[in-house]
Design a binder for this molecule. Structure first.
Ligand code: IVH
Length: 676
């Protein structure tokens, strides 16, 4: 440290260290020091520059943030034009064969000449940028513009951490590096999540994110939309020996500390190009950033020069685009779909559009919040995205193309499938149809659940059979099950007379149930086994449950406002009431039970400790039943304990209970308490 008592040396040392660690972190993705250490060095440099403003250098990492907003971008003339590249769409292998043949023809290579070497790269989906380094320091960053003249976007490009402010090693006099500024998928998602949380507009896709960030006049806003960069070519060069191949040139750029994508290769002939195309198409969805195709370049730079340019495009390179994953189309209608659990999902019906390799006519809008956040309306032109096997989605609206007279979308109040009410519990994103027993969309799920072992326990009524019964219109709701006869059942696939008779018998047997099983079998949202049990124990009868209002329901242990609302909504739905009545008429019954109202209240708030082994039930089951009756179950005995339940081999807890004079129950005592 003594070496750097001179602030000038210290500042230079800090710049060098910070630039190096930034490179390790942002370019190599392999940091050498913890973030906190980087931050400490950064703050030290900031302080030094505040006290000695004359020490602020062009390559100071502190200049990555905090520049002043610009009034406008200044035009920049490119000394070497930034040309574009011939782009072909959906060529298949023929495209590669044609390109290779053309290159060979134009280079005058005979039929028996060696295959041509190509550098293969990804076609990044961002914005082309030219970086100008003089004596190793970044002095200018410019957009492509019309190829001859772009705009000075140095301030914004400085915020891209992957862009080195100073090159490593021996500095060329002048080095212009061309490449693509892009937004990674992770940064895109993070940015949108933050915007959404703040109720601010989101980006439609990473490409727009990159373009918007670079074109931002206020660099502090640009810094909030984090971009990355990949180098893929050269502009003006002075005082640097350019390697002889494109591949070696990219390697040399990487050595200078520039980010170069590792997904690149050098191959030979059309076959090599086709293989690269296939390999990348496979990986496309798992890459950390968007690409829209691949680029093939003649590897030998002398040959590139020989081939030269035709009008504005090089003869030595071609881009082959992959099928687009995003397209524009028009929303013809917005409908809602009802899922098997009653979840209502808005879906956009689209003017058919070819995207991601298939024709898309529907795209999900996820839920009501998403529709209003994106404000998608019938008649809107929208961006539709289909990436990989993911279901197509509407990512955003092109507001400039909105026709006059459109209306915001509202969720329907009634289920489009069965006409039951649609409710959306507070704090939930999903709206649901409450006609659980009746709704055609929920049929299969409702019946599967009704028949399941812990519900009505209808032996032999498996998923496949449920499907057949529904497809053949034999069963519309659980009550229809009890109207099935052996003859009808025997006519189904994979059903003999014997299994049909067995099923009829199982159906008959299932009618003898308990109130708690019955309530559970109805598949009321939020009502699992424990809640069903608490409802049965506390209210005692179905009539009492049907008569209960919210206040009454809230007295039941285990029932909070969300559960109470779900129960009320379910029983208020006339369609459900009707199925319920038919189930009872079919003979579903249960023994009357002791109601845990006043007597049961004696357990409310009482504290139990269970110890030792019980015979007729596990400790977990006992706890659950005690809790359903309003009792608390604790792990250790204290003066506040009301009862200790002692099974076999009860140990120290039993001793403690005796010591403190706490009431001790054996298993029989517990059961009689539980049964009221
Ligand atoms: S080379 C003279 N290589 O695609 C050739 N371009 O017109 C200059 N792009 O907007 C372009 N990835 O920004 C090249 N690996 C890559 C590329 C690439 C994306 C963009 C470029 C331009 C367009 C081509």
């Amino acid at each position: 440290m003594a070496l750097f008592t001179d602030p000038r040396h210290r500042a230079a040392w800090l710049r060098e260290r910070l630039n190096w660690h930034g490179y390790r972190y942002y370019v190599l993705d392999d940091p050498e020091i913890p973030d906190a250490e980087y931050d400490r060095l950064f703050r030290e440099l900031q302080e030094l520059e505040t006290t000695h403003p004359e020490l602020i250098a062009v390559d100071s990492p502190t200049r990555r943030v905090g520049g002043k907003p610009l009034a406008a971008f200044v035009p920049v003339r490119h000394r070497v034009p930034m040309l574009s590249i011939r782009t072909e769409t959906d060529t298949g292998p023929d495209g590669a064969v044609a390109f290779d043949a053309q290159v060979r023809r134009e280079l005058d290579l005979g039929d028996d000449a060696e295959p041509v070497e190509y550098a293969c790269e990804l076609k990044f989906d961002g914005l082309a940028i030219s970086l100008r380094y003089e004596q190793g320091a970044l002095v200018l960053a410019a957009t492509r513009g019309d190829g001859e003249t772009g705009e000075d976007v140095t301030q914004n490009v400085r915020t891209i951490r992957a862009v080195p402010l100073r090159l490593q090693g021996a500095a060329p006099e002048v080095l212009e590096v061309r490449g693509e500024a892009y937004m990674s998928r992770a940064d895109f998602e993070r940015y949108n999540a933050r915007q959404r949380a703040a109720g601010l507009p989101t980006l439609v896709n990473p490409r727009n994110g990159a373009a918007g960030s670079i074109r931002q006049l206020d660099p502090s806003l640009a810094a909030k939309r984090p971009l990355s960069f990949f180098a893929y070519g050269l502009g003006e060069v002075q005082g640097w020996e350019i390697p002889t191949t494109h591949g070696a040139m990219l390697d040399a750029l990487a050595t200078l500390g520039l980010p170069v994508c590792e997904e690149r290769t050098v191959t030979r002939g059309a076959e090599g190009l086709i293989n690269f195309h296939h390999a990348i198409a496979e990986q496309r969805d798992t890459l950390p950033f968007d690409i829209d195709g691949v680029v093939y370049k003649v590897n030998r730079l002398a040959w590139q020069r020989q081939l030269g340019f035709r009008t504005r495009e090089p003869r030595w390179a071609v881009a082959h685009k992959f099928p687009a994953q995003e397209e524009l189309t028009v929303v013809e209608a917005i409908e809602v779909q009802v899922g098997r659990t009653g979840a209502i999902t808005p879906v956009a019906r689209l003017n058919p559009v070819f995207v991601g390799g298939v024709t898309v006519t529907n795209a999900t809008l996820h839920n009501a919040d998403e529709v209003s956040r994106k404000d998608v309306r019938v008649g809107d032109t929208v961006v539709v995205r289909r990436a990989g096997d993911v279901i197509p989605e509407v990512v955003g609206v092109v507001l400039e193309r909105r026709p006059p007279g459109t209306q915001p979308f509202t969720m329907p109040a009634l289920c489009p499938v069965c006409g039951s009410r649609v409710i959306r519990p507070e704090g939930e994103a999903v709206a649901r149809c409450v006609g659980g027993l009746y709704c055609r969309a929920q049929r299969k799920e409702a019946i599967r659940h009704f028949a399941s072992r812990r519900a009505m326990d209808i032996d032999g009524l498996g998923d496949k059979l449920v499907e057949q019964l529904i497809e053949r219109n034999l069963v519309h709701d659980p009550a229809d099950l009890y109207a099935l006869d052996a003859t009808t059942l025997a006519g189904l696939e994979r059903m003999g007379a014997k299994s049909a008779a067995n099923l009829v018998e199982a159906l008959e047997r299932s009618k003898d149930t308990s109130l708690e099983r019955f309530l559970y079998s109805l598949g009321i949202r939020e009502v699992g086994e424990a809640t069903a049990r608490a409802l049965a124990r506390y209210l005692g009868t179905l009539e009492a449950l049907l008569a209960a209002d919210e206040t009454r329901l809230l007295q039941v242990p285990d029932v909070g406002p969300v559960v109470a609302a779900a129960i009320l909504a379910f029983f208020q739905e006339p369609h459900n009431q009707e199925v319920l009545a038919r189930l009872l008429a079919a003979g579903v019954r249960w023994p009357a039970m002791a109601v845990q109202t006043s007597t049961g209240e004696s357990l409310t708030g009482k504290s139990f400790v269970l110890t030792g082994t019980l015979e007729s039930l596990t400790r977990d089951q006992a706890s659950e039943r005690l809790r359903a009756l309003g009792a608390k179950v604790a792990g250790s005995v204290s003066k506040k304990t009301d009862y200790v339940v002692a099974g076999h081999d009860a140990g120290s807890k039993l001793d403690k209970a005796r010591e403190l004079g706490v009431r001790v129950l054996d298993e029989a005592g517990l059961l009689s308490l539980l049964e009221g």
